[in-house]
Design a protein around this ligand. Structure first.
Ligand code: ATP
Length: 456
């Protein structure tokens, strides 16, 4: 089994070929850093989000859910510091290519390569770089007519602020007290004008953010807890541990709101890059909104009989970026009977299609029985029925979209009501009674799973 055969180009090509992800507005030439998700892409995204919700809600008792508005009161962004501080240091190549880059990214890459970050040049053509210019990433729009300056609003650049401004409301109705968290998944928008590397960095993207409110004295304990939880979430979903790391931020990398942050990083084909950040936001946000909205945002501690402002530990992840990591980590090629087979070794719970059902031939009642079996298997998860072309081709197609199991109906099925179950990873084929299929697949989906791809 080949290990690191994956490149970004292969992932982009597979995503397009199988309709997971493709450039948006392509008939007009596309729009930079913007993609559409097709059928399998939508199913995969849904599964990633479902696993995140499960880890936050179903598997614990101290997190509640929220879905706040994308367009908030503009003062939210004033108080949060985004209007003044949410900017990137941009540099432009003064040489041949004139491309734009983020200075912080170029400097991080230089440090990683053991070079002097003060001497960075254009990574594309080696040209000299301009002085950095701060560039605010928030998209502006307006409510009402353009002339009314008072109606300027912003598309949220993170979902977190909706959680902070609703904190009082949630506290009053959720019957929770710190330590507890509020979780949200939703679209965020950033005016990213540097190269996006496919769905790694896009103008609009979904975030999975959870703000965990704690008594100040417990912040270190919970910071450690969430770093580990979030790292483990990826490995439990099959990402190889040696392609993941937790990297603490240096002092000069920290966001305006954070006293300490660690990134969960993945070894993408573009190098180690952030998958998600786990930040200690202290009492920054609640204090800012308390001042901005002129309202007390505090919690009463029964034990000390005192009021206090909770501190916040925040794991903030991107749905698209996590999905890219799952795709990259799952991608594999291997030689089977003289052919190269491309296979996505996705965790079965992430796989867009759980089971594909085929009749071996399109006659003798096989299609009818196969469709009947497919209908029974719907209760296990998303299924697909396919009767077109050679059986080998049908298997390859399912391999490429990561379907863990294929069920084939053949002439023997009509005699003894058994089918062939083919395993995507081992390629083993076993004979299983039709009546046992639901329990077999449901059981396997609930099991722990380890990627069969070798660790480097
Ligand atoms: P980066 O340094 O890569 O721009 P960031 O540190 O600004 O990321 P955060 O503000 O911590 O990112 O956002 C939390 C998570 O949201 C990121 O770890 C990433 O997974 C996701 N994310 C942020 N910006 C984008 C984007 N433009 N496209 C896709 N995902 C994003």
């Amino acid at each position: 089994m080949a290990s690191d055969v994956v490149t970004m180009d292969k992932i982009v090509a597979l995503c397009k070929r199988r309709g997971f992800v493709f450039p948006a507005s392509e008939i007009y030439g596309g729009i930079a850093n913007t993609y559409d998700y097709g059928h399998y892409g939508v199913l995969l995204l849904q599964n990633v989000k479902a696993e995140w919700w499960k880890a936050m809600l179903q598997d614990r008792d101290d997190v509640v859910a929220l879905d706040s508005a994308i367009i908030q009161h503009p003062k939210v962004w004033q108080s949060s510091g985004h209007l003044d501080g949410f900017s990137d240091p941009l540099v432009q190549c003064l040489g041949r290519c004139k491309k734009r880059f983020r200075l912080d990214h170029l400097q991080e890459a230089a440090v990683e390569a053991g070079e002097d970050p003060a001497l960075v040049v254009c990574p594309n053509c080696g040209g000299e770089l301009s002085e950095p210019r701060e560039f605010n990433l928030m998209f502006k729009t307006q409510i009402g007519t353009v002339e009314e300056s008072a109606s300027t609003v912003y598309l949220r650049p993170e979902t977190a602020q909706g959680i902070f401004v609703d904190f009082k409301q949630v506290l009053a109705i959720s019957r929770k007290k710190p330590p507890f968290g509020i979780a949200q998944i939703g679209k965020s928008f950033r005016n990213e004008i540097t190269p996006g590397n496919f769905i790694f960095r896009t103008l609009e993207f979904e975030q999975m953010e959870m703000e965990f409110f704690v008594p100040p004295s417990e912040s270190t304990e919970w910071y450690e807890h969430w770093k580990q939880q979030r790292f483990d979430w990826y490995t439990k979903l099959g990402v190889r541990a040696d392609h993941l790391r937790l990297r603490p931020h240096d002092e000069d990398e920290l966001s305006h709101y954070s006293s300490r942050t660690a990134d969960v990083e993945y070894l993408f084909p573009i190098g180690w890059s952030e998958l998600e950040g786990v930040a200690d936001r202290g009492d920054f946000d609640l204090t800012q909104h308390s001042k901005g909205a002129k309202t007390k945002i505090e919690v009463y501690d029964e034990a000390t009989k005192e009021r206090y402002v909770p501190h916040v530990i925040e794991p903030a992840a991107g749905v698209g970026r996590a999905t890219l990591a799952f795709l990259v980590d799952a991608y594999d090629e291997e030689e089977v009977e003289g052919d190269v087979r491309t296979v996505l070794r996705l965790h079965p719970r992430l796989a867009p299609i759980k089971v594909a059902v085929f009749p071996l031939v399109k006659k003798d009642g096989q299609p009818e029985l196969a469709k009947e079996i497919r209908d029974t298997l719907r209760r296990v998860g998303q299924t697909e029925y396919d009767e077109s072309g050679a059986i080998g081709k049908r298997y390859r197609r399912q391999d490429e979209i990561g379907t863990p199991w294929c069920v084939t109906v053949d002439h023997q099925t009509l005699e003894d009501r058994t089918v062939t179950v083919r395993d995507r990873d081992s390629l083993e084929q076993t004979r299983v009674p039709i009546d046992e299929l639901v329990a077999l697949f449901a059981g396997r989906l609930a099991q722990d799973w380890v990627s069969p791809k070798p660790q480097d």
